[in-house]
Design a protein around this ligand. Structure first.
Ligand SMILES: NC(=O)C1=CN([C@@H]2O[C@H](COP(=O)(O)OP(=O)(O)OC[C@H]3O[C@@H](n4cnc5c(N)ncnc54)[C@H](OP(=O)(O)O)[C@@H]3O)[C@@H](O)[C@H]2O)[C@@H](O)CC1
Ligand SMILES: Nc1ncnc2c1ncn2[C@@H]1O[C@H](COP(=O)(O)OP(=O)(O)O)[C@@H](O)[C@H]1O
Ligand SMILES: [K+]
Length: 504
């Protein structure tokens, strides 16, 4: 159930189901019935107004109207568009509705206790203007609960964008699978809780649709999660190297190191400039500290292949020295996680970075926040019209050859092969100094352990993003970056029980 279907994929699922013998009107009846149920569950009173549009989203609304009236609710339909132009299943559903139909006008919403928003769903294909826009604004101004059919009208299902104006729903009922626009911002903020209902589309259609976008969670990567093995030892759990910045900026690397260790890496070593050796050593117990200055010494340090994952960037400084260290790390056999200054150091001239990434086979994960993303990938932004964070991350992954984790409240992880995950579990108090450094370390911690489990850069970055959000939520408000690694054991306790294979 973790697949996210863009509207074109959803209509393919729909088409395949109908071709296999289920009438479209049956799907619409099932969809309308689920909307009616949700409305009953919410309805604070007896007066229901269904705002219906000219397509099949409106069709679902007509079905819901009929079923609610049959249950004794006082229902009226406001039709945005011409009744004479309704077609197909929507026409059939309209013809079965025997109650009142009013022409659209904002005043028509005056007397109701709940609104069913069936104006636009998957078929929204341009900005909303004129009367439909006035209706959306009137729905939002009315102040009664709103049940959105499939998507809050005005939200683009593929991108989560507000197309001019969008309904603010109390809850949303969608069909078969969620859509990217339910998770991506600002769409998610318009949905309320999203219920996914079965309307008779069989999961087998997914074999043909081949979705590549997923809601992030254990269902996506649990099979590859590196659970510690009874016959394992610390060396079999991987060895992460975190490259530290100079004397005044060691904290970021120490946060990353702690994240890597708590994520389960067997060993973690900070590669520290000599000037910062004493402070790094004083601030670390289980984490080891070794003197490593500059790219040449880093190259030498990474010739030991047991050091199989490297984090570069947190607190590392921007400039030529960082670029050299990054290219050196990419020349090694270790998995590489590049964050913060490692990304900004290539702003304006990313080609040498991308070339070095494409020349290697081991995993590379880039973890930009929005500022770092636009600095590093500004050519992409300029050359192509990017419609969403999902598309931007996918293009960045394709252009760089790396897995790109694009941070934020709706973190997207995209792989060069086109797969992408979208997270919706990060609480807002995760936006705190240093939390991204912990995340970079966690990714490396999973990559270091994960090779024999088939945990690639995409799975490791997705898993770390999800665990990061869960750890923050488990700790709760008041969180600071130092708390994140310490909250991870509680998350692991539940996760390990969930993903552990059943006893033989
Ligand atoms: N797929 C499935 O499995 C199932 C799908 N189902 C339901 O079908 C819904 C999709 O139906 P859909 O494709 O008819 O599109 P829909 O959202 O009703 O909108 C299209 C209409 O709006 C119009 N229009 C568009 N943008 C506009 C704008 N900015 N401003 C003004 N007008 C605009 C456009 O008109 P036109 O472009 O011709 O002017 C067209 O008439 C889906 O969300 C779900 O609820 C269920 O019944 C069960 C099975
Ligand atoms: N509004 C938000 N809601 C939830 N998570 C957020 C929000 N804003 C940022 N984050 C998360 O917080 C972390 C911040 O990372 P980053 O910006 O790199 O901070 P730092 O460089 O200080 O470590 C990222 O994991 C990001 O996804
Ligand atoms: K809608």
């Amino acid at each position: 159930m973790n697949e996210l279907l863009a509207p074109v994929e959803m209509s393919e699922a729909d088409r395949l189901t109908i071709a296999a013998g289920t009438p479209g009107l049956t799907l619409m009846e099932n969809a309308g019935a689920a909307v009616a149920e949700a409305t009953v569950a919410l309805a604070p009173g007896q007066r229901v107004t269904v705002v219906a549009g000219p397509g099949n989203n409106g069709g679902d609304g007509f079905v819901a109207a009929r079923l609610l009236a049959e249950r004794g609710y006082s229902v009226k339909v406001i039709l945005v568009g011409e009744a004479s132009r309704l077609k197909g299943d929507a026409r059939a559903a309209f013809d079965r509705w025997r109650g009142p139909v009013e022409a659209a006008a904002p005043e028509a919403l005056a007397a109701c206790d709940v609104i069913v928003d069936a104006l636009f769903g998957a078929g929204l294909d341009r900005p909303v203007e004129g009367l439909p826009r006035a209706m959306i604004e009137a729905i939002n101004a009315r102040g009664v609960p709103v049940v959105a059919v499939d998507l809050p009208s005005g939200i683009n299902g593929a991108t989560g964008a507000v197309m001019g104006a969008a309904v603010k729903a109390t809850r949303t009922v969608t069909f078969f699978r969620r859509k990217p626009g339910h998770l991506l911002l600002p769409g998610r903020l318009h949905c309320g809780p999203v219920a996914v209902v079965d309307i008779g589309i069989p999961a087998s259609v997914l074999a043909s649709v081949q979705p590549k976008t997923f809601a992030n969670g254990p269902a996506l990567w649990g099979l590859h999660f590196p659970l510690p093995r009874i016959e394992g030892h610390k060396y079999s759990r991987g060895h992460v190297v975190v490259v530290s910045g100079g004397l005044s900026t060691t904290g970021a690397a120490r946060l990353a190191a702690r994240g890597a260790l708590r994520a389960g890496a067997g060993l973690v070593t900070m590669a520290s400039p000599r000037e910062a050796l004493a402070i790094n050593a004083a601030g670390s117990l289980a984490v080891m500290v070794r003197p490593v200055d500059g790219a040449l010494e880093l190259a030498e340090f990474l010739t030991d292949h047991r050091r199989n994952a490297v984090v570069l960037g947190p607190g590392g400084g921007v400039g030529a020295a960082m670029r050299d260290q990054v290219l050196t790390a990419l020349g090694s056999e270790a998995a590489v996680v590049l964050d913060a200054d490692a990304l900004t150091s290539f702003a304006g001239e990313p080609e040498p970075l991308f070339a070095a990434i494409r020349a290697r086979s081991a995993a590379v994960v880039l973890t930009p926040h929005e500022g770092e993303f636009s600095r590093l990938f500004k050519l992409l932004y300029k050359d192509l019209k990017v419609k969403s964070k999902l598309e931007a991350a996918r293009m960045a992954a394709a252009a760089s050859g790396a897995v790109v984790l694009f941070k934020g409240p709706d973190t997207v992880v995209a792989a060069p092969d086109g797969r992408a995950s979208v997270s919706d579990n990060a609480p807002p108090y995760l936006a705190t100094a240093g939390s991204g450094d912990v995340l970079a370390g966690m990714i490396a911690g999973l990559l270091a352990q994960g090779q024999e489990f088939g945990m690639t850069g995409f799975e490791a970055a997705s898993a770390a993003a999800w665990l990061h959000g869960e750890a923050a939520a488990a700790f709760g408000p008041g969180l600071i970056a130092e708390d994140l690694p310490e909250a991870l054991p509680g998350v692991y306790r539940t996760l390990f029980a969930q993903v552990a294979p059943p006893p033989p």
